[in-house]
Design a protein around this ligand. Structure first.
Ligand code: UT7
Length: 355
């Protein structure tokens, strides 16, 4: 069995900086409120018609591939995590393969739908493929273009101010050194809270899970006929196509599950939180990261945050933060790096990496 190591890492964020004051022109919010509740000062938004989730992933991937010292044709599998795919289907994995220009190699491409935990779920999956020797150069990407899916009116302010666009990518390769690379990954979920942070319509559910199909989800249940489409005017009028988040419920569960899943991973390999060189948490909210830092007894040097500049980029936030930390010299050979995430599903997870 091999361990998988990160051989190359890259990230891309759009040029366009959107400040809290910029958002305040569209909704009733303030820079003060956003900074105090989330720590976010600004975020990046992609060019509406010239950049996509996949195009940002291409940019991040090119950097990761170059830093891994390989050619794009050497990639033998793609894992793509996003909640904001370019198309409903097919997923972004195949689009990335095409846009990188490696369709001739006909490699497999897998899409991961675990939102904020997407990168960790993807890492865990890729790690298993590398461990068994099935693949030697896996391209793992987390990318999001939130800016086209949010409600930028006052009604949507509780969600819209948090999210930003961007992409992060890593190339995973096998190593014979059992003390190096991914030491363990831990994955969890609790589907009973699926709708607490969700974008459920349009979808093929037809209101199946909900008694109040018509009022709450915009389905006309009295007048159905074959050929009814799953997007109704009522859904659009009521903005059911933008995300819903019970922010406080997510916050409460996140601050419980983040430390739990970090300790679970450390316990498994016989390490303690004092052994952590750098925790790179999913950049959900600076207050959540600070809470987790306190709960795990870590000092400021042991935790990396960049949500202030990029907002919450969901599946992209961990690879973007990990790459930026690495570029700043905060991730060094032999360091114990901990990744952890919590979000929609609810899903959560952690990964320990000996760099
Ligand atoms: O990565 C995905 C996982 N997501 C998360 O981890 C998010 C976790 N949750 C959070 O980060 C926080 O719950 C939020 C930042 C989303 C919201 O902060 P909060 O302290 O929980 O605020 P709240 O939703 O309880 O709202 C408090 C007040 C409300 O007004 P009233 O009812 O007290 O008059 C909101 O209407 O703040 C109001 N509010 C805003 N005011 C100004 C909500 N959003 C805004 C806003 N600007 N953007």
């Amino acid at each position: 069995m091999y361990n998988s190591k990160i051989a190359g890492i890259g990230f891309y964020v759009p040029e366009n900086v959107v400040t809290n004051d910029d958002l305040a022109e569209y909704m009733d919010t303030t820079d003060e409120w956003i900074q105090e509740r989330t720590g976010i000062k600004e975020r990046r938004f992609a060019k509406k018609h010239e950049e996509s989730t996949t195009s940002m992933a291409v940019e991040a991937s090119k950097i990761a591939i170059e830093r891994a010292g390989i050619q794009k044709e050497d990639i033998d599998f793609i894992v793509f995590a996003t909640l904001s795919p370019d198309y409903y289907f097919p997923g972004c994995g195949v689009l990335l393969q095409r846009e990188l220009g490696i369709q001739k190699t006909e490699i497999g491409a897998l899409d991961i739908r675990n939102q904020c935990s997407g990168f960790i779920y993807g890492l865990s999956v890729a790690d298993q493929f590398i461990k068994t020797g099935m693949y030697k150069n896996i391209l793992l990407v987390g990318a999001e273009k939130h800016s086209m899916g949010l409600d930028f009116t006052t009604e949507g302010r509780g969600v819209a101010v948090i999210f930003g666009d961007g992409a992060g990518a890593v190339v995973l390769q096998p190593t014979d050194d059992n003390d190096k690379g991914v030491l363990t990954t831990k994955l969890h979920s609790d589907g009973s809270k699926a709708e607490e942070l969700a974008l459920i319509s349009p979808g093929a559910h037809g209101g199946y899970f909900h008694e109040d199909k018509e009022e709450k989800f915009g389905f006309d249940v009295t007048n159905t006929k074959l050929g009814d489409i799953f997007i109704t005017q009522k859904m659009l009028d009521n903005k059911f196509h933008t995300p819903y988040m019970n922010g406080q419920a997510v916050f409460k569960k996140a601050v419980q599950k983040f430390p739990e899943v970090i300790l679970e991973a450390l316990d498994e390999v016989g390490l303690k939180s004092t052994d952590i060189d750098l925790l790179v948490p999913h950049q959900a909210n600076l207050r959540i990261s600070q809470f987790v830092q306190r709960m795990a007894g870590l000092n400021d040097e042991q935790v990396f945050n960049n949500i202030q500049k990029y907002g919450n980029t969901t599946a992209a936030s961990i690879p973007i933060a990990l790459c930026e930390a690495w570029e700043q010299g905060k991730v060094k050979e032999g360091d114990l790096i901990v990744l952890a995430a919590f979000g929609s599903g609810f899903t959560w997870g952690s990964a320990l990496i000996r760099w």
